[in-house]
Ligand binder design. Sequence first.
Ligand code: SF4
Length: 352
Amino acid sequence: MTVELQPKVRSTPIFVPELVYFEPQALDYPKGQRIWEWAKQQGLPVHITPSHNRIMNLPGDSDLEKYKIAKRTLVVGLRKTLTFDQSKPSAEYAIPIATGCMGHCHYCYLQTTLGAKPYIRIYVNMDDILHAAEKYIVERAPEITRFEAACTSDPVGLEHIGGSLKDLIEFMGKQPLGRLRFVTKFHHVEPLLDAKHNKHTRFRFSVNADYVIKNFEPSTSSFAERIEAAGKVARSGYPLGFIIAPIIWHEGWENGYAELLRKLKDAVPEEATSDLTFELIQHRFTKTAKRVIEQRYPKTKLELDETKRKYKWGRWGQGKYVYPDDQADALREFITERIFENFPNATIDYFT
Ligand code: SF4
């Protein structure tokens, strides 16, 4: 008798940090206490730090080693800045429940925005954050106010530790004029499936052509895991969305993106297709990002050649390199057609 061996597909594990720091005040909050207990149960080394903004002397002999350990370091503290940044074009405001991410996407904008502090921060003073959100909602009434929870992190990948996303989803579920959205590359959605969302939260998954996921998104869930999770989320009644970002011009990109849309069509449950959104973001980089990416991922295949790009002036003097118009138009037109071919009732929120 011959036994056919199936290749073993490894599921992406939930994130467990290697080092944990607490601000002392964080332990005055039930969420801080819970995370402390969790860290102890996991047998993790726990330290006290005077401020979540000042984690020094992470182990490692080189900047690269320090960067890698920072990505596996969790800091539990209080969010002091309760002024929310704007979050155009996807929402009015960014709502800060966590900062930093354990993913290693080469192109990630957190590489530059978090600078020398790439470690992961979870904030335990949720009541203060929700209270601030409420004020923003009141200010804009009777307009709806949308909050983006994934501007500085991938909160789904941290939910098993902090549980903050569920707090936020249920808070927004009760707000007649408040809406929440976030995006993830992780499939660990289980704790959120029974949240009372009242359809006020749009749950989006970041998806891409195979080439992009395989080459540039280490330490995130696989495409198959993400779309399986998208199905679960849709069946739990959440409005669903996909962000295709960054859209990357590569050899065979037409096949790659056509295949992506075909696979999504096969995976998305029928009931989610009447209110499905897409957001399309082409790859861009700044000079600073290029320098950081080349230091942190020296073997990356990410194309960062300024001479092949168009320079787009930025508001603060720091411009970005985007695709020249003919390439950007070709990407936009081709992907838009494939979206409507597969999802005639979907909405494309924007291409940028
Ligand atoms: Fe950045 Fe998102 Fe990748 Fe995390 S999952 S590294 S936030 S792009």
